[in-house]
Design a protein around this ligand. Structure first.
Ligand code: AP5
Length: 212
């Protein structure tokens, strides 16, 4: 089973992807997480990606395609994709790499809602768990409930960078919506719903598509 989670910055792709991955017992591939890990380790890939990420720009397709192909070919069973594709070019190349049928879930929300959400996001430096200061706060301020690591705000979660990311989303990534809609494999889910409801809607779509 292959699920592509797609949507604007802050829609909840990482949060929903992590929950679904546990629930369905299939791995989550997050391009943002892979890139951030490479930046942290100072790898060649990380050095090439860092300046794009800091300004909220997209990392060039060539780098993303090579990185994601390696990950996908490594996995034999199903997986969940978070953060790719992000351009029509990535979408078409992905179709040549993924041989099995897949479903696409579009997490939908308005820009103002997303700016508010991302401004309140905090992430554990050690285990990567995602929090929201109001909706999903840690029990102790600044400390991860799961591993005790310290929580930080991503460099690209500053308001002017969030606005750049949203502009790029509308310009480069949103056209993918029409591509998948024409293929009739797209399910739109309201990203502002409570998480258990979002997970149930995605799982229901998965079982309905088996019946089709
Ligand atoms: P990436 O990390 O993929 O960033 P993004 O797409 O902008 O998405 P985010 O991670 O910001 O948001 P999300 O949708 O995962 O939301 P989250 O679950 O955290 O990419 C970062 C950068 O890497 C890009 O800008 C680009 O430079 C580069 N890059 C990555 N992939 C690339 C590609 N394919 N091509 C080119 N460049 C690429 O949730 C947000 C907040 O909301 C959290 O605080 C969470 O707790 C809260 N929340 C989520 N859902 C709910 C809910 N239902 N109810 C209440 N709170 C919720």
């Amino acid at each position: 089973m292959i699920i592509i989670l797609f949507g604007p910055p802050g829609a909840g792709k990482g949060t929903v992807g992590t929950l679904l991955s546990k629930d369905l017992n299939i791995p989550l591939i997050s391009t943002g997480d892979i890139l951030r890990e490479n930046v942290k380790k100072g790898t060649e890939l990380g050095r090439r990606a860092e300046s794009f990420m800091k300004s909220g720009a997209l990392v060039p397709d060539k780098i993303i395609i090579r990185m994601i192909k390696e990950e996908i070919l490594r996995l034999e069973g199903g997986f969940i994709l978070d953060g790719v594709p992000r351009t029509i070019n990535q979408t078409k190349i992905l179709d040549t790499v993924v041989n099995n049928p897949y479903q696409v879930v579009y997490l939908d929300a308005e820009d103002d809602f997303l700016i508010n959400r991302l401004s309140n996001r905090r992430i554990c430096r050690d285990c990567g768990r995602i929090y929201h200061l109001i909706n999903i706060p840690p029990k102790k301020e600044g400390v991860c409930d799961r591993c005790g690591g310290s929580l930080y705000q991503r460099d690209d979660d500053k308001e002017e960078v969030i606005r750049n990311r949203l502009t790029l989303f509308h310009l480069k990534t949103r056209p993918i919506f029409d591509y998948y809609q024409k293929k009739n494999i797209l399910k739109t889910v309201d990203a502002s719903l409570p998480l258990p409801e979002i997970i149930n809607l995605i799982k229901k779509n998965k079982s309905d598509s088996h019946k089709r």
